[in-house]
Design a protein around this ligand. Structure first.
Ligand SMILES: Nc1ncnc2c1ncn2[C@@H]1O[C@H](COP(=O)(O)OP(=O)(O)O)[C@@H](O)[C@H]1O
Ligand code: SF4
Ligand SMILES: [Mg+2]
Length: 448
């Protein structure tokens, strides 16, 4: 059993403008001793996902679907307003946060209380969870501060957060996160608020410290470069969904999703002797209030097809560790299942009817605009044409398009090429500095 298993996590917020679903059916797992990177642009739902699992959502947010299992225990936030269920959940999470799960946040100042000494803030959690007396907790706090590289810890312990630099404050948060020897460590953008030079030091420190633990680790970042040398596996997130998941090698050397490729193109990498020019992803992140059911990346994707706009692609698996959610790869699967030219059989056999010449549902043309606009003009088949009704992707096509999804016309990619690839198948930022007390469960907030 995995240390952490998240299934179909869905989180929504009630706002004056309507319901914002920030996390949409997300699945991931973390094994003991493994480092998972969750990467995506700002606003893709990375933090909301973590706050959902920690039970730290803002008051207007709730987990509306899915399950979360940590260390064999169901820690899914209760749905509904049953007070008994809620208080039992809160009690359970207070014993887990800061104890079995340690958290490192983006902005340390938000999670340190400015009017309490570092000693008070570090020892509180230690005393609460490890049941150390005052003296022992103090000695342990000094040891922790030394471990994270804070010089002269005995004196520094008596100081206040404003007397520390950004990098030093982040070191204190790291010390707090590791204090109780957690089974899972979540680092949410641990270096984003820091100077570039300090970023490298902090990453190095995290790497060094987690090497010595058996803990599973989740590193959340918008910067694919940050996770390059750190993570065993990487999940790419966009518009509240996981777009691609794989080992670090699979993501860096064999990316499948257009968004992953876009992210890779926008970080500095060297291939052989040549330096590739950086290529930003055009467009802006989606407005979650206006999101359709289709692929969230469609408005920015150079490969977008008609089917992408309204229909969510299922997952295509390329290996036991590598999966991707993109219609392009569902099409490849369809192409490999049946050769072209046997359209009638295909229709009966569950493969989409061959598209009319010039493009089909999902047929690829060179021009995205044409591809999306000409649907009604007869050049491209619509997802729900009458003839397609029974021509969905068959079961033997693997877990491609979602159940009840549209019939899919055969991709116009050369079949050889497709066959070659053979796919197998806040409280968040709103928490202000109630942070450490939230992590450790009690006390500090009372002084804010
Ligand atoms: N309390 C809230 N009310 C409404 N929307 C929220 C709230 N908290 C977060 N969101 C929305 O959820 C989306 C994802 O946020 P977040 O998970 O913080 O993104 P990131 O990937 O940068 O960590 C954002 O678009 C944000 O506007
Ligand atoms: S599903 Fe369509 S829009 Fe989304 S990434 Fe794949 S090709 Fe692009
Ligand atoms: Mg975030």
């Amino acid at each position: 059993m995995s240390l952490l298993e998240v299934r179909n996590l869905t989180t929504s917020f009630k706002t004056d403008q309507g319901i914002v679903t920030a996390v949409r059916g997300v699945d991931y797992r973390v094994e003991k001793g493994e480092i998972l990177g969750i990467v995506g642009e700002s606003g893709s739902g990375k933090s909301v996902g973590m706050f959902s699992l920690m039970g730290l959502l803002a008051d207007n947010g709730s987990v509306t679907d899915g399950t979360i299992t940590f260390d064999g225990e169901d820690i899914t936030p209760p749905r509904g307003t049953d007070r008994k269920g809620r208080s039992a959940y809160e009690k359970k999470m207070r014993a887990i946060r800061g104890n079995k799960i340690g958290m490192i946040f983006q902005d340390p100042m938000s999670y340190l209380n400015p009017i309490l000494t570092i000693e008070r803030q570090l020892t509180e959690g230690i005393r609460c969870h490890l049941k150390y007396d005052k003296k022992k907790a103090r000695e342990y706090a000094i040891e922790l501060m030394g471990m994270v590289g804070i010089p002269n810890p005995k004196t520094r312990l008596r100081q206040y957060p404003f007397e520390f630099s950004g990098g030093m404050r982040q070191r204190i948060i790291i010390a707090a996160a590791l204090a109780c020897n957690p089974k899972l460590i979540i680092a949410d953008e641990p270096t984003t608020a820091l100077d570039v030079t300090v970023q490298a030091q902090i990453l190095e420190l995290i790497q060094k410290l987690i090497k010595n633990t058996e803990a599973g680790v989740i590193i959340i970042t918008h910067d694919l470069g940050v996770v390059a040398s750190l993570c065993d596996r990487i999940s790419i997130m966009y518009g509240g969904r996981i777009m691609e998941e794989g080992t670090a090698d699979e993501i860096f050397y064999d990316p499948k999703h257009p968004y992953t490729k876009g992210l890779l193109g926008s970080i500095a990498r060297e291939t052989g002797d040549e330096k590739e020019p950086l290529k930003p992803i055009p467009g802006t992140p989606p407005d979650l209030l206006k999101m359709k059911d289709g692929c969230p990346f469609a408005p920015r994707c150079e490969e977008a097809m008609v089917v992408c706009v309204d229909h969510n692609p299922g997952n295509t698996e390329f290996s036991g560790t590598h999966r991707c959610s993109c219609w392009l790869h569902c099409m490849e699967k369809v192409s490999t299942v049946a050769a072209p030219g046997d359209g009638a059989d295909d229709a009966a056999g569950g493969v989409g009817a061959p598209p009319p010449k010039g493009g089909g549902t999902g047929g690829r043309t060179d021009d995205k605009h044409e591809r999306l606009v000409e649907t009604g003009g007869g050049k491209a088949a619509r997802p729900h044409q009458a003839g397609d009704a029974q021509a969905g992707v068959g079961d033997d096509a693997g877990p491609g398009p979602e159940k009840g999804g549209p019939a899919v016309g055969r991709s116009e990619q050369p079949v050889e090429a497709a066959a070659e690839k053979e796919p197998r198948h806040n409280k968040g930022h709103h928490a202000a500095f109630a942070g450490l007390s939230k992590i450790f469960g009690k006390g500090v907030a009372a002084h804010v």
